[in-house]
Design a protein around this ligand. Structure first.
Ligand SMILES: [Zn+2]
Length: 191
């Protein structure tokens, strides 16, 4: 039976979903891509037909950290270069298929395909609207999302986790007369 991974945030576009394979649980980061079981679970969840190998795992982690570096500092020259290195793992090939014009993905090393797809997905988000790429507003939370709300008002990975914790911290501050502080650490551990 497949191992269960309780990722707190799923369903974001692939480029950001890959970042969300790391989350905070009981004050420490948890990384689903540390094990091949975790990699396979992620590939299955995203319907990427690919066996999890150590090469695939390493390429995914490389792609993930390249995306993370760019999200953290979009102006960084080295982050841009690192991301471009991942994007250079493959390319879209215009092709004439029996059904007419189309494209195929050409990847130099098949093990790099999932990481490449995630980097391409992230690039598409930047092309669409880079300002909607956000990190959860909780200072200790490492989750990311693409804000598709009409008013661009999304602040939290989820209201149930970080949103309510921030609200509780504000309520406590009001009740105690102390200035508001993020007193409740981010925690996505399953209770
Ligand atoms: Zn959060």
């Amino acid at each position: 039976m497949a191992m269960e991974f309780e990722r707190p945030l799923r369903g974001e576009p692939m480029g950001l979903d890959l970042l969300n394979t790391v989350w905070m649980s009981k004050g420490a980061p948890k990384d689903q891509l540390e094990s091949l079981d975790g990699v396979q679970a992620w590939l299955d969840e995203l319907a990427i037909a690919q066996p999890a190998t150590e090469q695939t795992r390493r390429a995914l982690v490389t792609a993930r950290e390249a995306i993370r570096a760019h999200v953290d500092d979009p102006a960084s020259e080295s982050a841009r270069r690192t991301l471009n290195e991942v994007l250079a793992w493959g390319h879209h090939q215009p092709t004439l298929t029996p059904d007419g014009p189309g494209t195929t993905d050409e990847i130099h090393d098949p093990a790099q395909r999932p990481g490449w797809l995630a980097a391409v997905s992230y690039l598409q988000l930047l092309a669409k609207d880079a300002s909607r790429v956000r990190r959860c507003a909780h200072p200790d939370c490492v989750l990311h999302f693409y804000d598709t709300s009409p008013k661009r008002g999304r602040r939290w990975c989820s209201m149930a986790a970080c949103g309510n914790r921030a609200k509780a911290a504000r309520h406590y501050a009001r009740a105690s007369g102390r200035p508001p502080r993020a007193t409740v650490p981010a925690d996505h551990s399953v209770r």
